[in-house]
Design a protein around this ligand. Structure first.
Ligand SMILES: [Zn+2]
Length: 114
């Protein structure tokens, strides 16, 4: 696995081992700490996660029904997952925690007509 967030810091290529991986114990990226995107999509479909908005267009908090919490960086989504997330958002199938909407939309989403 290769963490897409490495591109934000060119030095990361020297500072970290060549391969990033998903940590077995909490399903997070060994480089940036983001939760696994495939598991996130699964949790959204199973309705076992609430999304906590942040003031960053690339970051959200995840609160699972099992009460554990993670963060997620949108950079880890594939193009297909980005589209799927937007579709789910538009059809209100994503549970969003207080205040019930995003402060800023994910960087790959935009409001229709504006
Ligand atoms: Zn990462």
């Amino acid at each position: 696995m290769f963490c897409p967030r490495r591109n934000e810091n060119p030095q990361s290529y020297q500072m970290y081992p060549e391969e990033d991986y998903w940590r077995d114990e909490n399903d997070t990226c060994s480089y940036c700490g983001s939760y696994n995107p495939n598991l996130l999509m699964q949790a959204i479909h199973n309705d076992t996660v609430e999304i906590g908005p942040t003031d960053k267009n690339y970051k959200i908090y995840l609160k699972f029904t099992t009460s554990h919490e993670r963060k997620f960086y949108f950079q880890h989504f594939s193009m297909k997952q980005q589209q799927e997330f937007v579709d789910l958002m538009n059809t209100k199938k994503i549970k969003i925690g207080h205040p019930g909407h995003f402060y800023v939309l994910p960087y790959f989403a935009f409001k229709e007509g504006g």
